[in-house]
Design a protein around this ligand. Structure first.
Ligand SMILES: [Zn+2]
Length: 288
C-alpha cells in the first residue's frame, strides 16, 4: 500500500486510524504537531567492520513518539538492530553519535566465539563450515522469524530456540542469571570484559605491541621515514588501552602504557618528534 500523502513510498504507519503514511511523512506530520523541524540531513547509511573483519552495512532511521525520537540502526542483509531514544527537543546530532557508538560497540562485542577446533562440536552453533560457542556473558535479542515463530538474534545471526537450547547445554548444571532490557537501553554486560585477564592474555597484548614495533625498528633504530607508518599501526593499537580503561582494567592499562613508554624511549631515531609525540598520546589516554 502506498503512502496517502506522498503517494510514493510504501505506507508503514496508520495515523489516527485514517491515514496510511510512510515513515518520512509520518515524521513530518508529528514533528509539525509538536513544533519541531524534522531532521532530514543525516547519513542514512553507516558501514562498520566487526572484529572478524566483516564489513556490515546499517540503515539509520528515526521516528517521532510524542516528544521523544527513537533512532534505529538496522543491518542491511543481516539481523543486527540497535536503538536509542532521545528527547525530541535536544540536539539530535548527539543522538546519532550515540546510536553509532552503540552500534560499533554492539558489533565488536561478541556473545559467540568461533571455535578453532577441527572436530565437530555437538553443542555448538553450526553455520556454513563454522562452529560457535556461547561466551559466559553476552546479549541475546528476542525476536520472531518471517513465519512469526519465536527466534533469537545473537551477534547478528538468527538462531532458533532449539539451537539456543543446544548452545546452553555447554553450561549444564550452571545458573543463567538474566535481565530483560528495552532495545533502547544501554548494554552494560561487557563493561568488565577486561577485568580478569590471565597472564597469558596480558603477555599477548604486550607481544602484539612488540610485533608492530619490530616491523619498523632495526637494531634499536627507527628511521624518520618510517615513523608515519609506525604511527598508523600504533594509533590502532592504542585503541586497546582505551578499551582496557573503558572495560574495567585501568591497572593493567597503566602497566602496559608504562612498559610501552619505556620501550619507545630505548629506541634511537633521527626523527625530531619520536618518541615524545607517541608518549603524549599514551599519557593522554591514561590521563597521566
Ligand atoms: Zn509518504
Amino acid at each position: 500500500m502506498k503512502c496517502d500523502k506522498c503517494k510514493k513510498n510504501e505506507a508503514k504507519i496508520k495515523l489516527d486510524n485514517t491515514e496510511n503514511l510512510c515513515l518520512d511523512c509520518y515524521n513530518k506530520v508529528v514533528s509539525e504537531l509538536i513544533g519541531i523541524k524534522d531532521i532530514e540531513d543525516y547519513s542514512k547509511d553507516i558501514y562498520i567492520y566487526d572484529n572478524n573483519g566483516k564489513l556490515r552495512q546499517f540503515s539509520i532511521y528515526h521516528m517521532f513518539f510524542g516528544d521523544k525520537i527513537s533512532w534505529l540502526a538496522k543491518e542491511v542483509n543481516g539481523s543486527y538492530e540497535f536503538s536509542i531514544i532521545e528527547d525530541a527537543y535536544s540536539d539530535q546530532t548527539k543522538a546519532i553519535n550515540k546510536l553509532c557508538f552503540k552500534t560499533i560497540k554492539g558489533v565488536t562485542n561478541k556473545t559467540l566465539r568461533e571455535s578453532n577446533e577441527d572436530y565437530y562440536i555437538d553443542n555448538a552453533l553450526h553455520r556454513g563450515n563454522k562452529q560457535y560457542s556461547l561466551n559466559d556473558y553476552g546479549v541475546i535479542q528476542i525476536s520472531d522469524d518471517e513465519d512469526g515463530r519465536a527466534c533469537f538474534i545473537i551477534d547478528g545471526m538468527e538462531i532458533s530456540h532449539e539451537e539456543l537450547a543446544t548452545l546452553l547445554t555447554q553450561f549444564t548444571g550452571f545458573n543463567l542469571e538474566y535481565k530483560i532490557k528495552d532495545i533502547t537501553e544501554d548494554i552494560d554486560v561487557f563493561k568488565d570484559k577486561y577485568k580478569y585477564l590471565t597472564d597469558e592474555e596480558k603477555t599477548n597484548y604486550w607481544n602484539k605491541f612488540e610485533r608492530i614495533l619490530n616491523r619498523f625498528v632495526d637494531n634499536d633504530f627507527i628511521s624518520y621515514k618510517l615513523i608515519k607508518f609506525f604511527d598508523e599501526e600504533f594509533w590502532e593499537y592504542t585503541e586497546l588501552l582505551k578499551e582496557l580503561i573503558q572495560y574495567g582494567n585501568i591497572e593493567f592499562a597503566i602497566d602496559l602504557g608504562q612498559k610501552i613508554k619505556a620501550k619507545l624511549l630505548s629506541i634511537d631515531t633521527d626523527d625530531d618528534y619520536f618518541p615524545e609525540y607517541e608518549i603524549d598520546v599514551i599519557d593522554d589516554i591514561l590521563k597521566l
